[in-house]
Design a protein around this ligand. Sequence first.
Ligand SMILES: *[C@@H]1O[C@H](CO)[C@@H](O)[C@H](O)[C@H]1NC(C)=O
Ligand SMILES: *[C@@H]1O[C@H](CO)[C@@H](O)[C@H](O)[C@H]1NC(C)=O
Ligand SMILES: *[C@@H]1O[C@H](CO)[C@@H](O)[C@H](O)[C@H]1NC(C)=O
Ligand SMILES: *[C@@H]1O[C@H](CO)[C@@H](O)[C@H](O)[C@H]1NC(C)=O
Ligand SMILES: *[C@@H]1O[C@H](CO)[C@@H](O)[C@H](O)[C@H]1NC(C)=O
Ligand SMILES: *[C@@H]1O[C@H](CO)[C@@H](O)[C@H](O)[C@H]1NC(C)=O
Ligand SMILES: *[C@@H]1O[C@H](CO)[C@@H](O)[C@H](O)[C@H]1NC(C)=O
Ligand SMILES: *[C@@H]1O[C@H](CO)[C@@H](O)[C@H](O)[C@H]1NC(C)=O
Length: 573
Amino acid sequence: MQKSLHLLLVASTCQAAVFVPGTWTLDQQGLTGVSAILMTVVSENKVVVLDRVEHNALQVDGHVAWATELDRINTTLRPLDPTSNTWCSTGGFLSNGTMISTGGNPVVITGDNGLQAVRLFTPCDDNTCDFWENQNTTRLTSKRWYPSSLRVQDGSIMIMGGSFDQAYFNNVTYNNPTYEFFPPKNINGFNGTQIPIQLLIDSEGANQFPNMHLLPDGNIFMAANNRSILFDWRTNTEIKRLPFIPNGVKISSPFSGSAVLLPLNPENNYQPEIFICGGSDLPDFEPLSFYTINDPASNQCLRMTLTPEGIQKGWEVEHMPQGRTMLNMNLLPDGRVVIVNGAQSGIAAYDTVSDRVGESNAANPAFQAVVYNPSAPSGQRFSTDGIPVSTIARMYHSVATLTPFGDIMLAGSNPNADVSILPPFPTEYRVEFLAPPYIVEDRPTYNGLPQTIPYGSDFKLSVHLPPNTTSVSVSLMDLGFSTHGVTMDQRLVKLLVTLSTDHRSVVISAPPNANIYPPGPAYLFLLTDKGVPSIAKKTIIGTGESPPVDWAASANLLLATPAAVLNYSDPTL
Ligand SMILES: *[C@@H]1O[C@H](CO)[C@@H](O)[C@H](O)[C@H]1NC(C)=O
Ligand SMILES: *[C@@H]1O[C@H](CO)[C@@H](O)[C@H](O)[C@H]1NC(C)=O
Ligand SMILES: *[C@@H]1O[C@H](CO)[C@@H](O)[C@H](O)[C@H]1NC(C)=O
Ligand SMILES: *[C@@H]1O[C@H](CO)[C@@H](O)[C@H](O)[C@H]1NC(C)=O
Ligand SMILES: *[C@@H]1O[C@H](CO)[C@@H](O)[C@H](O)[C@H]1NC(C)=O
Ligand SMILES: *[C@@H]1O[C@H](CO)[C@@H](O)[C@H](O)[C@H]1NC(C)=O
Ligand SMILES: *[C@@H]1O[C@H](CO)[C@@H](O)[C@H](O)[C@H]1NC(C)=O
Ligand SMILES: *[C@@H]1O[C@H](CO)[C@@H](O)[C@H](O)[C@H]1NC(C)=O
């Protein structure tokens, strides 16, 4: 009786996530070679890891390496050679599949100043690709350390906020309350130059690495510090200011909560719902001696449906089993959210709080991953059942991403000023894979995924389904770009699918437009009615063409922006 009532309730609220119960696995496998401050999947088998310029043993072209490409199938590691310092930069993919990494930090050991860098990386299968960078011709209009980014509807990338230079709390001297695009745009009266945004002025303080998500109406949800807004980049308009993050919690770096846009589903007309967890209820701008490694992190999670009715209802507050800062949140193909990494107390960065342990500003590693089922009844959504506890602390500068195999890759942690063997939180190169129970099931497979998929089109795949499969679903995913708890561009869109009567093929409807899935790389998971996903293959949504280029705006950016000082070195870093 109770069970059927529960099912009824679930069905009436949101799409029930169907998933395979059982035991998860956690395997340590391979090394990153450099400390993983940033990480992104670049192809079905390959992952790029970015560090800052620091004393890794790994060398490239006669100097220390600060980037690698890992090959999951061949279990090889290849050093990459960006020329500028990628420290606390951001990244994402353009509509043509090229990855860009933007912003960074002045050099300390070798290489160029990365504050205004634009680095391009086009993934390849033959191990020959590397970063291309030339700040004489291609750079940001503005210095950005700790920025975020978002791919928008025309396949270009919006780069948001950050600091002009080293700032613990982003004060008026260091706060960069502007955004810009790559490729540069002439838009709303700004000819390639940076555009002010009020949210980043009002959120001064803990507002680094703001969270941004593209919504199905074409606006952006954006959160920084304890504030959030709906924003239209096309008109440079703040559409709506949302209620404050409740209970004094701040969610941006250095308090470092995390957020995901829950799966978008055509069956409820892509109703967007945002889910935010962790952070800290500490005030910002206190003297650094005020903060300690034992200040508890927030266990608060928040949900809001971003419709007029949902906003009227306000934030729904829930609680994780433990407090968490510097956490990562990854969507699974079955629609659940996995919460990993981070610490239960303290704050981000290193060498600033008075009672630091080693150099870390945080203690009490959050070793236990938690899974969240958004469609379960309130109070029954978090679970740690069957999930092994890690023994590897992943504190400041750690990352996580879903892989095309369907498991979660965990890497990094280096709450130290340089490569360090100092306990308890040394530079961590070991990689772990956290795999949900579905990984060992008989999994569906498919063939025939087009290389590019136009909006509104239907396409056919041949499929091989496990016995007794009665229906299938499709999750189209952007696996995102992970750094500092923020996974830029992470997205799951359910696609409408029809299974043939002989169960040998499916016809899938592409996303209807670029607001639902902005043009660019995507990974397609085919799932059984039991929630078992295939391994994903990569495609490009849209035409695969490059984003629009406005040469006059680029020329004006170069004229208006002081030439980057390429070999600046700040002795205080
Ligand atoms: C890596 O593995 C793939 C798939 O097995 C294979 O096709 C490719 O040749 C391998 N590449 C290298 C460089 O070993
Ligand atoms: C940028 O310009 C400087 C000064 O003209 C030159 O020395 C340098 O080689 C140029 N860099 C690149 C990557 O072309
Ligand atoms: C901002 O912080 C920096 C570093 O602590 C400091 O040098 C600067 O004076 C501060 N600016 C203001 C306006 O307080
Ligand atoms: C939001 O944060 C600011 C400081 O960054 C603080 O002064 C203000 O009280 C906070 N507001 C709420 C409602 O928590
Ligand atoms: C398929 O379903 C039948 C009937 O319920 C059952 O006997 C059989 O074991 C199932 N096969 C598999 C592979 O699950
Ligand atoms: C993608 O577009 C960017 C920006 O125009 C360009 O620099 C890059 O070369 C393009 N990549 C490919 C693979 O065409
Ligand atoms: C943008 O700047 C370029 C270079 O200064 C200039 O040629 C162009 O006319 C400007 N465009 C507009 C619309 O002002
Ligand atoms: C780069 O560094 C060299 C050596 O310290 C110095 O002579 C030169 O002026 C610097 N260039 C710039 C653009 O700062």
